[in-house]
Design a binder for this molecule. Structure first.
Ligand SMILES: C[S@@+](CC[C@H](N)C(=O)[O-])C[C@H]1O[C@@H](n2cnc3c(N)ncnc32)[C@H](O)[C@@H]1O
Length: 232
């Protein structure tokens, strides 16, 4: 991302420059991304049986497929990734098509609701990592209920989302600390500021009330990991 082009609310994943740079970008802005994504992958592995199926919602460059490649191979399980950004799906497809990764996969540039409406009780695991905060707020509860319908019994929905800060002085301290995290990761100050400005009205933290009934497995600042087991 060039900082000069950063404008209020201009952030979009549907740009080749953003998609090509995404893997490096996400690590500059969320320095704990790899640690968290390993946790998501381990939880997913705990619920993905032999011949099972995992849906990755807003898969971007299919990092999760690569992170879990040994699990997919040894269990002959399938990875389905959907992302509305054709640019992201193009990069993900190129990656997973390479001889290096031989997993059963399907990638599609579609809206997540299209995929969720197609197949009831199709998935053992549904992952929404850093995804729901980019959905319109009015669609978020619907996303959860459609995901539950798309899960097999015994399956799991794994969510990592940004939630609304609780307010007060602690929120100011935590938001400054987040800035310090990015600086410690070597992210240029101008890029940090430009990204924040570009996210106005594009990325909106979720009211955590929608996660009542979920179990929490992670929190770092405003970023929270939740799971919902489909036992019923
Ligand atoms: C922050 S990225 C997700 C990162 C990725 N899950 C990971 O683990 O690295 C959010 C992604 O969600 C996608 N997205 C946003 N709204 C979507 C929708 N309605 N349906 C499908 N994908 C969507 C964006 O194109 C973007 O690639």
């Amino acid at each position: 991302m060039t900082t000069k082009s950063a404008k209020v609310g201009s952030w979009s994943f549907e740009r080749t420059s953003i998609a090509e740079e995404f893997d490096a970008h996400v690590r500059r802005h969320l320095p704990w991304y790899d640690l968290l994504s390993d946790k998501v992958a381990d939880i997913a592995a705990g619920y993905l049986p032999a011949n099972g199926a995992l849906l990755d919602c807003g898969c971007s460059t299919a990092d999760l497929a690569i992170r879990m490649q040994d699990v997919f191979k040894s269990r002959d399980a399938s990875y389905v990734g959907v992302d509305v950004s054709e640019e992201m799906v193009e990069i993900a497809t190129e990656r997973l098509d390479s001889d290096e990764y031989r997993i059963n996969f399907q990638l599609e540039a579609v809206d997540v609701f299209e995929e969720l409406s197609r197949k009831p009780e199709a998935y053992d695991v549904i992952v929404a990592n850093l995804f729901i905060m980019f959905l319109p707020p009015e669609d978020r509860r619907f996303f959860i209920s459609k995901s539950v319908s798309a899960l097999k019994r015994g399956g799991i929905l794994i969510v990592v989302d940004r939630i609304e800060p609780e307010g007060g002085y602690l929120s100011s301290v935590l938001s400054r600390s987040t800035m310090a995290d990015k600086m410690r990761a070597g992210t240029p100050l101008e890029e940090i500021a430009a990204k924040e400005v570009s996210l106005i009205g594009v990325q909106r933290p979720t009211n955590p009330n929608i996660y009542s009934g979920f179990k929490q497995f992670f929190q770092f600042g405003d970023f929270v990991g939740y799971v919902l087991e489909n036992n019923y």
